[in-house]
Design a protein. Structure first.
Length: 336
């Protein structure tokens, strides 16, 4: 109940009546203002979000969030990065063992890894929203839903779908204006990259292999994968187009030598710096039969990219597109 006292004492019946009318209107207006102020808290950028919110997730299932979520659990690092980018730090109550960015994510309570979760731990966080992915075990998602937990499944596989996922999470959490701002910035930066690459014919695109000679087996992305999509948006052509659509696979050295890529792209472990990687990899590649005959090795076109930029479908994906484009076409992206 919102109580506001009168500030004047009326002296006539007319003044009394007018005072009552003004007082009631004043109380109504001030109560509305006070309630709006009380409804604001850090992490809220959409002041007038309407609840409930119903949106279809990647399963095609309609999910309803009845009120503003204040206790959110993330079941994959990319979802965690989206939540932090929207300023929802204080509302995150559970993440996976692999959620390591930003640094603050490491301090959040852990509820399992990507495939093995403790339902008891998740329930112990008292979540009002769980953000999952199609890679999470279906029985975990189903079990949580049967226990009354609201679960929303995201599965972005392209940069456009990452942008859509960010907007969706913004709607679910009442931070849509922040999400819209981030997505607009991402799209503007993507358009700048595309504009600079526009004059490159398909036959002139730099060919790329993602791998690492220090490993005996080359586990690499095939066509239709998120990582191959990033390479293409950066102006490159992934030479691996002869394994299953949308899958990763082991690629033989014989096939790699036959494809002879222009560039060897190496991912760092997690978020580690790139500058410590290239020299070491070049030395290894130059010493190995097959590898040392590759054009990428002979022409010293071995480049490193932060592993989590190119593998996680989250807000930092724009960094991978910009950086790979610079590495493939340095003359089009001069250092400032």
């Amino acid at each position: 109940m919102c109580r506001i006292s009168r500030f004047v004492t009326p002296s006539t019946p007319l003044e009394t009546a007018m005072s009552h009318i003004i007082s009631e209107r004043l109380k109504t207006a001030l109560c509305a203002i006070i309630l709006l102020l009380l409804s604001y808290s850090p992490g809220t950028t959409t002041a007038f979000a309407q609840w409930p919110v119903t949106i279809s997730d990647s399963r095609g299932q309609s999910v309803t969030v009845e009120g503003r979520p204040t206790r959110i659990v993330s079941l994959i690092p990319s979802n965690t990065e989206i939540l932090f980018s929207l300023g929802l730090d204080e509302r995150i109550v559970g993440v996976t063992e692999y959620c390591d960015f930003p640094e603050r994510a490491k301090a959040k309570p852990k509820i399992g890894d990507l495939l093995t979760f403790s339902v008891e731990r998740i329930l112990g966080t008292r979540p009002d929203l769980v953000l999952a992915t199609t890679d999470n075990p279906g029985e975990v998602i189903k079990g949580l839903e049967q226990l009354g937990v609201t679960v929303f499944v995201l599965n972005p596989q392209t940069v456009q779908q990452v942008a859509e996922a960010m907007v969706t999470v913004g709607r679910l959490t009442g931070t849509q204006s922040r999400a819209d701002s981030l997505v607009n910035d991402m799209r503007n930066r993507m358009n700048l990259v595309a504009t600079r690459l526009r004059g490159i014919a398909a036959t002139e695109r730099v060919t790329v292999f993602l791998g690492n000679p220090k490993y005996p087996s080359q586990w690499t992305p095939g066509p239709g994968t998120f990582t191959s999509h990033i390479i293409e948006l950066s102006g490159g052509t992934n030479v691996v187009h002869d394994i299953g659509e949308g899958t990763w696979g082991v690629y033989s050295l014989e096939n790699l030598v036959a494809k002879d890529p222009d560039v060897l792209l190496v991912t760092t472990d997690g978020n580690e710096p790139r500058d410590v990687t290239v020299d070491a990899i070049s030395d290894v590649a130059s010493s190995l039969p097959g590898w040392r005959e590759l054009s990428a090795v002979r022409n010293k076109r071995i480049h490193a990219i932060t592993g989590n930029w190119i593998s996680r479908p989250g807000p930092r994906v724009i960094l991978s597109v910009e950086e790979i484009a610079r590495l493939l076409y340095p003359s089009l992206f001069p250092s400032e």
